[in-house]
Design a protein around this ligand. Sequence first.
Ligand code: ATP
Ligand code: MG
Ligand code: ZN
Length: 281
Amino acid sequence: MNQMKESERILSGVKNIIAVGAGKGGVGKSTIAVHLAVGLRRAGASVGLMDCDIYGPSIAMMTGIEGAEPVMVGEKQIAPFDACGLKVISMANFIPSDAAMIWRGPMVHGAIKQFLTDVAWGELDYLIVDLPPGTGDPPLTLAQTVGVTGAVIVTTPQPVALGDAMRAAQMYQKLGIHVLGVVENMSYFVCPDCKAEHDIFGRGGARYAAQGANLPLLGEIPINLAMRVNTDGGDAEDDFDESQNPAIAKALTEMVENVTEQVRIRNETQPPAEPIQVGKK
Ligand SMILES: Nc1ncnc2c1ncn2[C@@H]1O[C@H](COP(=O)(O)OP(=O)(O)OP(=O)(O)O)[C@@H](O)[C@H]1O
Ligand SMILES: [Mg+2]
Ligand SMILES: [Zn+2]
């Protein structure tokens, strides 16, 4: 009864939808979403990146499409931007950057639904979705509209962030979304002076918390000045250049490989993801 015809399914050309979430703001969710998307593309996949963080859309800046005007395809669909070799759409391209928007629940729901249904995503191996922090309505809208392959939870190593990250992981599981694992961002600092790895926030916190929750650790990404500058300047690609930044390139490549592997395992062991039915979960 719930089985939809393939042609009726939203995003029927997209093989894997991956939500990037976090318990707290500012832990590097958008940074990880962009690098995951770029890394998958570098490995040969076709990748879309959708910025669902309506409250603070930063994907536009991080992919260099700030201020670009959306273009229609035909009468009903919006063309995603072509940036960093990805198909990208960000709420930042639909609202004035200096506008203080007041988002009521139904508007949030409507905006996210439109990004899923009205953007010409076409055929993709992966659609990476950057969600706002916390456990509010956006993940619910996503889960009700499309079948989400899995969620990547981003956290920093401090106990205050970890607790919220684990609660976010549980929320995804309650929505019927498979949790692919946890990324520890700003994990440690490779000191330019003494070359040692300084554990500013307490490296290893995510590994420990993930183990406790029986979740894979997908990566440990150091805090790094070049990565900050590249990310905010729309040059995430440079972070994969080993000659420029070997520590970051290695950590990011490992994260991308681990996510790819966890997606493969999920798809081999579980049925294709379906949208959840309202009232059932
Ligand atoms: N590993 C890192 N090394 C250096 N800077 C980083 C790292 N990760 C993130 N940053 C920087 O930290 C800032 C916050 O990151 P980001 O915007 O990705 O966080 P977020 O969790 O998406 O925040 P929000 O909750 O506001 O959406 C950005 O300026 C980003 O460039
Ligand atoms: Mg963000
Ligand atoms: Zn030092």
